[in-house]
Design a protein around this ligand. Structure first.
Ligand code: SAM
Length: 291
């Protein structure tokens, strides 16, 4: 095992980053169970929560807290144990550690100290949702939780309006309706979307609809405003006319739009670039509507 500078720490233990289930306990892997039984210590986001999981599988490994409030300061304690030769498993309350969960600082500290960090993959809500959503999965971005307040949320969504990759968000149930309302107003009523709720659990629901219909579905049924959820939204597809306009032509049009009225800008941009005036006029109109 080597750190970034090539130094190695061959007597140290290993930090295992272990995924745990997001609902259905059968989703834990045989390898995860073996590692959780074999390590000297389990660093857990919430020890009271994780003790129930471990008891279920008959695992008695000692637990120590590693959560967002102590991770930076207490990280050294885990590093000292690892350097002394003990292996440690890092787990969060559910799913994959570090994915909207603690662990980042500990992993960084361990790697900097030349300690081997080994992933033990398993459940992750965003990947489970994407795998069954039927939205483009070749390129996607994970945005985690949106800001809780409306102004921040809308501003973040506006930044993502023309993002062509599939968008994935985590959301708290008490904010799901507001979140879908804001998505509808920013991304448009027709943008395909999917709500993945209570994945792997009894009331698992995957509902794929255009945003306005999805918002109406959730609004009409308060059960849809409960439980854990992932929201996926299809990426932006440029209108056909805009697709025909290259980035360079757009740059010219944007520069002119900043200096003169829309009609004049479209006419002048057409003269400069050779693209039809009507096409540029429509593109400029669309752009202004979206701003
Ligand atoms: N580390 C976890 C993972 O790998 O997915 C995520 C932890 S984050 C604190 C919790 C959020 O993940 C929830 O608010 C929800 O958005 C999503 N989530 C977790 N479990 C889920 C489930 N069973 N169904 C749907 N979403 C879930």
């Amino acid at each position: 095992m080597t750190d970034a500078s090539g130094a190695s720490n061959s007597t140290a233990g290993t930090l295992y980053v272990v995924a745990t289930p997001i609902g259905n306990l059968d989703d834990i892997s045989a390898r995860a169970l073996k590692i959780l039984s074999d390590v000297a210590l389990i660093a857990a986001e919430d020890t009271r929560h994780s003790v129930r999981l471990l008891q279920h599988f008959g695992i008695n490994t000692p637990l120590a807290a590693c959560h967002e409030h102590n991770e930076r300061d207490e990280g050294n304690r885990f590093i000292t144990r690892l350097q002394a030769g003990d292996s440690v498993a890092l787990i969060s309350d559910a799913g994959t550690p570090l994915i909207s969960d603690p662990g980042y600082h500990l992993v960084r500290q361990a790697r900097a100290a030349g300690i081997a960090v080994v992933p033990v993959p398993g459940a992750c809500a965003l990947i489970a949702a994407l795998s069954a959503a039927g939205l483009p999965s070749d390129r996607f971005i994970f945005e985690g939780f949106l800001p809780a307040k409306a102004v921040g949320r809308k501003s973040r969504l506006s930044q993502l309006k023309e993002e062509p990759r599939t968008l994935i968000f985590y959301e708290a149930p008490h904010r799901i309706l507001e979140c879908l309302q804001d998505m509808e107003s920013v991304f448009g009523a027709d943008r395909p979307a999917l709500l993945a709720r209570e994945l792997t659990k009894t009331f698992e629901t995957l509902k794929g609809l255009p945003l306005a219909e999805l918002r109406a579905f959730v609004e009409a049924d308060s059960n849809q405003q409960r439980g854990e959820c992932v929201v996926l939204v299809a990426g932006w597809v440029a209108p056909e006319d805009e697709q025909a306009v290259s980035a360079e032509v757009m740059r010219v049009l944007d520069l002119l739009l900043a200096e003169m009225p829309l009609k004049r800008a479209a006419a002048l941009a057409a003269e400069i670039t050779g693209v039809r005036k009507n096409v540029l006029y429509q593109v400029a109109l669309e752009k202004q509507k979206g701003e």
